[in-house]
Structure formats: C-alpha cells, structure tokens
Design a protein around this ligand. Sequence first.
Ligand code: UDP
Length: 464
Amino acid sequence: ASAAESSGGATATRRVLMFPLPFQGHLNPMLQLADVLHARGLRVTIFHAAFNAPDPERYPAGYRFVPVGAGVPTADLVPTGSNADFAGAVLRINERLQAPFQDSLRAVLEEDEEGAAVCLVLDSNLRGMQVVADRLGVPTLVLRTAGAACLVAFMAFPALCDKGLLPPQGNQYHSQLNMPLDDLQPLRVRDMVFSTTSPHETISTCLECIVESVRCSSGVIFSTFCDLEDVELQKVNDSVGVPVYAIGPLHKISSGPQSSLLAPDRTCLDWLDKQEDESVLFVSFGSLASMDKEELMETALGLANSRIPFLWVIRHDLLHGSEKVGLPDGFEEAVQGTGMVVSWAPQQEVLGHQAVGGFWTHNGWNSTLESISEGVPMLCRPHFADQMINARYVQEVWKIGFELEGKLERGEIERNVRNLLCQEVGGEMRRRAKDLKDKATRCIKKGGSSQTRVDLLVNFITSL
Ligand code: UDP
C-alpha cells in the first residue's frame, strides 16, 4: 500500500503550503522536507521569491510552484560581498514580499477546494508571511534550517544584550569576546556576534522575529537528530510552548530532486575515483561566504604547500565585490594532479565519496550536517550567522574537528590541513565522526528517532 493508502487516504487530497527563504542553504532543507511530505501522499504548493527560484521542471506531479513578488526590486535582497547585510536583507524580503504573498495566498486558497490546504510551513526567517497566514486563517509550522543549539542561543540573545555583554564594545572589546557564556556552554561571547556587517539593531530585530515565528507557530521542525542535540532539543522543548519535530538529517531522509541553484561540476567525482581512500581535503564555503584577494592567495598557497590532495570550490562570487578570481602564478602547475578546482560541486556526493578524508568548511548548518552524515571530520572557518555556533559544537561537543582561527596564513593552513588529514589527532576525530554517522544512519531507519517523528509530524499535519 502507498503511504497515502496506509494512512487511510487522509493525506490524498491534502495540500501543504510551503515558503522557503530564497537562499541555497534554506531552499535545500525546505525542498527536502517537501519531498518527505510528498512521499507520504501530501500534495505540495511551494510559494517562492521570484529570484533564486527553484526549478519546477525537476519536480513530479503533486507539486505546484507559485512565484511571489515578480517585479519587486531585488538588488538589495541578495547579500553579497564584504559588507553583506544578511539580517537587513531578511527584513527587506519580509517587507517587500508580504503584500504580494497575501494576494498569492488568497488566490491559492480560493482555487483549492475548501479545506484542502492544511497548513503553511515557512522558513522561520519569514515572520512577515506568517502574519499574513494568520490573517487568512491558515495554521503555520516553522522550519528552522539551523541546529537546535542556534535557536537556544537566539532565545538567550536579548538577555545577553540587557546584561551589556552584547554587542561587545569599548576598551573591554577583546577580553569580552572570549568570555564563556555559562548558560550556553560551550559558547563564548564571540560566537554570538552573528555579523560584523549588519547593525546590531537589525540583528536584534531579525532574531526576535525568528523566535516569535516559532512561538506563534503550531510546531517547529528541525533538520537535526536527537543523538546529536539531545540537550539543546530538550531546552527548546521546555521553552517554545509548541511541538518540536527533530527529523534530520533531512537530506538523508528525503530522496527528492536536488534543489541546487548552480549546476554542479560532476567531473570532480571522476577525479575523486582516482584518489586514495580518505586522502582528499574537500574545501567549500557554502553559497554566501566570501573572502578577499589576500585570503584567497593564502588559501591557495597553504593548500598547495600541504601537498594534500584537495578539491576546492571557488564560486564565481567567492571574492568580495565582483573581482575576478585570480589564483597565484604557477598555482595550477604546482598542484597539477594533486588538486582540483570547481565552481560548484555536488557536495553531498563529494562528502560521501570514499576518497574524501576531511572537509574545510564555513560550517553552514547544511554543510555541517552533511559532513556529520558521512563521517567526515572538519576544519572549521566560520564566517557569520550560526556558523560560529556550529564550529564550536564541532570542536568542543562532538570533537570531530577544530577551528582555524586568526588571520588566514599559508603556514597555519598547511599545518592545520596536515593535522586533519595525516596526524593522529585527525584520525581520532574521523573515528568519532564515523560514530556520529552511524547514529545519524540509525535515526532515519524505521523506528529511529527522526523517522518516528516524521510519522508524528504527518499525523499532526493531517489533523490540522
Ligand atoms: N553546496 C553545494 N555545492 C557546493 C557548495 C555548497 O551543493 O559547491 C550546498 C551544500 O551541500 C549545502 C548548501 O549548498 O546544502 C549550503 O548550505 P549551508 O547551510 O552549508 O551554507 P550557506 O550557503 O547557507 O552559507
């Protein structure tokens, strides 16, 4: 029997509405969740911004895509470059898409048969859209695309500001940065400086909206799993007052189409086939993080000097501004055979390849979880948002990687890369990462914690 039949056909005509934030790291988990619900017999309508739009052609019957806000100016909605104001962009997206979304939602509700649309699952950054759904009587669920520890930190943010710990400032600035936060161990003040390029007020408002979206929802969904964030999930449970569904790693529980906005260069998989097991360092900083020319140069030389085989993703916009990426003279000859550069990789497959032995990452939550799911230890170089929190957990809690701190410098890079790939310390981290991978694998099997919670979530959605 199909999933729809086995649940008594209750899901067959039901439609879940979804609205992801239009960034790669947010689209991926939302579309993975869409696949999980679709596989259980629910139909899915995806509202999406007209920019960074998913490709409807990749999705089977039962999906509908509704662009929102075609024609609204988008230049300041896509944060790029050294002064990228991510928090500001999120607030502007809410402001600008709210009215068009109201029109689109109303139209969809009118077209669908009465009661078919059961709820709206939205990214927790889209509080503005939640207000619209409330107004039109549609219950909401919120998807957090970061870990539970991050939400715990966001909830604690206002109190830390009241205590004068955030934002760190004045002549205490440097000593304050390393101050441990006892209630949020292992975090320090510096791990909660979410951005140096968005104004403090903007960050505060943004975090407030996220927490509010969770508290005003009918439930919150996380791409994490109980064995990974047991304590933090308990804290969330104790304080949000709505049901909590930890159903990750979502990319492993879903088998749907890839929602990549850029075309991955699959030739790197052939190159990986030729490398020895666990010998290659994969280097990728996600879809938004950027660096300056000097950092790029030091990275290139550090990698080349380490003599460790590497696969490096240099996105077209990795360099601040629109500068063209220029690698050091002689770099390509120097690393011929030992290194490969691509502009976008099939990251999940790369991390799952037996040749990959380490991941130099910016610790976006998806990248962190994808690495954990494949048992790959990490060299952490967080840039902004929740990345510092994730890196801290990788190093201090799960002990499956370590942070590359301070200014990027070729000698330090070489030393750290070699530690991860060829020293005992890296080996120990790899063993622990493999243990976590086993736990992740267990939780998505029948009867596992995440799979069980998917059942609960589907029952809950169909009861709404
Ligand atoms: N990604 C990819 N190919 C690349 C680099 C990144 O497919 O070459 C994917 C990666 O697998 C992850 C997402 O892009 O799912 C990035 O999300 P993450 O949360 O790690 O970071 P963000 O881009 O949001 O900073």
